[in-house]
Design a protein around this ligand. Sequence first.
Ligand SMILES: [Zn+2]
Ligand SMILES: [Zn+2]
Length: 66
Amino acid sequence: MPAKRKKEAKPLVYRYNCPCCNEEMVIAENPYCKVCKISFGRCANCGALIMEETLAVCHRCGQPLK
Ligand SMILES: [Zn+2]
Ligand SMILES: [Zn+2]
């Protein structure tokens, strides 16, 4: 990963509950449920949490996910 640093953004920290077990997840760079041991992706464009692995476009900004 390129070490690209932007000054304006604070670390993105949100609270989410795991869709599988409904426990509160650890939300950091890589959202992670420590109960289910699964992690979730993020939209590279807007930072939205991507819950479904099958999702092809971001539900928030509509950008294609890789
Ligand atoms: Zn879980
Ligand atoms: Zn997005």
